[in-house]
Design a binder for this molecule. Sequence first.
Ligand SMILES: *Cc1c(COP(=O)(O)O)cnc(C)c1O
Length: 380
Amino acid sequence: MKKRNDFLSYGRQSIDEEDIQMVIETLRSPFLTQGPKIKEFEQAIANYVGAQYAVAFCNGTAALHAACYAAGIGEGDEVITSPITFAASANCVRYMGGTVVFADIDARTYNIDPTEIRKKISSKTKAIIPVDFTGQPADLDAINAIAREHNIVVIEDGAHSLGAEYKGKKVGIQADMTMFSFHPVKPITTAEGGIIVTNNKEYYKKLQLFRSHGIEQTEYSSEQGGWYYEMTDLGYNYRMTDLQAALGLSQLTKIDTFIQRRREIADFYTEAFQDENRIVIPQQLHETNSGWHLYMIQLEKELRKKIFGKMRSMNIGVHVHYIPVYWHPYYQKLGYERGLCPIAENWYEKALTLPIHPQMTIEDLAIIVSNIKELLNQPK
Ligand SMILES: *Cc1c(COP(=O)(O)O)cnc(C)c1O
């Protein structure tokens, strides 16, 4: 096996001089926050995905929280999401006092299965939060059909899927609201950051209200005086800064190159492993074009553990995304039991994330593939 000198993370940002200059210019401008860059960035993301409105937040989790607020989720409401996701997809429901209902995944795509969603619908269901896991869009048409039938809201967790396509169109216009995250491992970065895109003006207004303390941005009558404003609901300070938005604007000009590179890396892995009968490669539906945030293979349980350990000792940052959300002690204490989503649990025992990000070289890839093949060929 070949050992790397430095640790190769499963994901990381790609920052160039242009990005750095954009941030420096903003540092020299009159506005570090609440200035013109935020609106510019919101407009650029809305244009990129083809949505009417966008509201930027300090991170993707805050954006999901705001979307749950805009959807009117509260105590007694149930929200259906996938167990195979980052905890934030479920936590946002808890912030509003709602109940999380987990629906099992489709074994082919690892995304939430619409048939399983149907089984979990009740008179209390208020929303569905599908996750575009690994960058492959969820089955959005089927999910929207269920939502329309039951008059519920779809909040898409697109943390992995900015730039991905569903039936030939960019993700971000299919759901009622879609969240994108700009954490450094995500398709583009603002360090911390997130956004909601929507075509619904009511949601747009509520998202803005929630982001800034619940303070209305409307004009008030002059008899009150120019200082006057009103706080109409309990909001937060969830704003993005102009520094972050400036970085995001610069990053967005490179997204197509980034995703192109991710697709090349995914093709490289697929080609290398498709004839290995002990490796299951990630299946792609023909109606989706993934942005390849993650490349995940499946291996027999013991083999996964061995390969994980050996690859880490070679400085290769393989990972596992994710532990089923309801296995975490917080959700266990709420009463969710193991065995709830058997397909997801079985998948989790076998899943392994291989490094994928735009800065990886052909040498990086060659070492990963040859090490894995060597491990597969070792006697048990
Ligand atoms: C990253 C991520 C989030 C949260 O985004 P942050 O910007 O880190 O708060 C939510 N859901 C999923 C699936 C994620 O991967």
